[in-house]
Write a protein that binds this ligand. Structure first.
Ligand code: PMP
Ligand code: GLN
Length: 391
């Protein structure tokens, strides 16, 4: 293999593998997280008008000024976070590039980055690309939901720790970190002088009346936090790859130093359209979480009816389910056979974890799909009810 050593563990992604399997078998794809309906019509029209209107050349490296202003206005409106659109807001090619820019721009080789397990796969790959080392702290189960263990988190910090990456609402578990957990992270960062990279791509997808609280709003956190989000999940445009960073100037400068050599900049007409959406599509956005909550309920019920033990999803596109009661101990094997045997694709949570024993029994299902697709998935999943002997 010609791939460099540090990337050999990351040669393919579970999302690509499972989506390919779903396409080959004609399975209902409840694996990769993307919605199957379009975002607001006004935003789509703005993108088309921008192309027809000649917005087809490079935008500035930091992103179109109108989008940087719209992002600064959004974080101030929603969270009271004030950022200068000139220098403290960077438009990135998806949240993925924002995460990579933060890690590459702010973590020296040989330093450690704490990841909360299970973790979105790009974090581990990006930490490896930076020549840094990941240190993993698992979510622990407590009364049917997940939380952080204070001793485990504090115990993971060493002299070498540079940063912690935090994702809430959390992919893949659907956990919204409690205020206690957020406070624990903030206190640990302040006490041990750590940077915090927050992946808030699901900031609008919280259910049952929960409110999103960015870590940057906690005491002592603004100056040490790089906040990453994007349009993909807010406006149903995962294929547009428009993300952004908000950070204090010194941290934004470091992110820019990496980001400008990754892509320099992203698609101009799409940046224009997302600026339009942030400024004018708040009513559409307000309808998003209730719609997804109903879909969560539909899929959760279907999974329970089949016999899965389901972990309640509090946000995101995802719900996780334990198949052991159905006789399946190995969710990885089940996810790889289910497209063919049952006609439904899901993602094994263990693919987003180091500790296979801890996470090996869980499947992640995506419910950001039209009701008829979820209903079709539910019908097919009923085929699992027979189960088989545990191995
Ligand atoms: N972070 C999380 C937690 C995600 O689930 C995803 C994928 N949806 C990303 C980052 C990547 O976002 P983007 O497609 O904007 O790069
Ligand atoms: N974020 C999406 C998920 O978790 C996948 C993105 C990708 O395919 N890399 O399903």
């Amino acid at each position: 293999m010609r791939t460099v050593d540090r990337l050999q563990p990351f040669t393919s992604t579970i999302f690509a593998e499972i989506s390919t399997l779903a396409a080959e078998t004609g399975a209902v794809n409840l694996g990769q997280g993307f919605p199957d309906t379009d975002g607001p019509a006004g935003m789509l029209a703005a993108a088309k008008a921008a192309i027809d209107g000649g917005m087809n050349q490079y935008p500035p490296g930091d992103g179109l000024p109108e989008l940087r202003r719209a992002v600064a206005a959004q974080v101030e409106r929603d969270y009271g976070l004030v950022h200068d659109p000139d220098g403290e807001v960077l438009v990135t090619v998806g949240a993925s590039e924002g995460i990579a820019a933060a890690v590459l721009g702010l973590v020296e080789p040989g330093r450690e980055v704490i990841l909360i397990e299970p973790f979105y796969d790009s974090y581990a790959a990006t930490v490896a690309m930076a020549g840094a080392r990941r240190v993993v702290v698992p979510l622990v189960e407590d009364g049917g939901r997940y939380r952080l263990d204070p001793d485990m988190l504090r115990g993971a910090v060493t002299e070498k720790t540079a940063a912690i990456i935090v994702n809430s609402p959390h992919n893949p578990t659907g956990t919204v970190l409690s205020d206690d957990d957020l406070r624990l992270i903030a206190e640990t960062c302040v006490e041990r002088d750590l940077l915090c990279f927050t992946d808030e791509v699901y900031e609008y997808l919280l259910f049952d009346g929960r409110a999103h609280r960015p870590l940057a709003t906690f005491d002592g956190m603004r100056e040490r936090t790089v906040r990453i989000s994007g349009a993909a999940k807010a406006f149903n445009v995962t294929g547009w790859k428009i993300g952004w960073i908000t950070a204090p100037r010194e941290l934004a400068d470091a992110c820019r130093a990496a980001k400008q050599w990754l892509t320099f900049t992203g698609a101009t007409p799409l940046q224009h359209a997302v600026a339009h959406a942030l400024d004018h599509e708040t009513a559409w956005l307000a309808g998003l979480a209730p719609d997804l909550q109903a879909k969560r309920d539909l899929l959760t019920k279907a999974l329970v009816d089949v016999g899965f033990e389901v972990h309640p999803s509090e946000g995101t596109y995802f719900v996780t389910a334990d198949a052991r009661r159905l006789g399946y101990d190995d969710a990885g094997a089940l996810c790889r056979e289910m497209p063919r045997t049952v006609g439904v694709a899901a993602v094994p949570v263990a693919a987003l974890a180091d500790d296979q024993a801890r996470w090996g029994h869980l499947l992640r299902f995506a419910f950001a799909k039209r009701e008829e697709v979820l209903a079709d998935g539910a019908r097919r999943l009923a085929g699992l009810s027979g189960g088989r002997e545990a191995t």
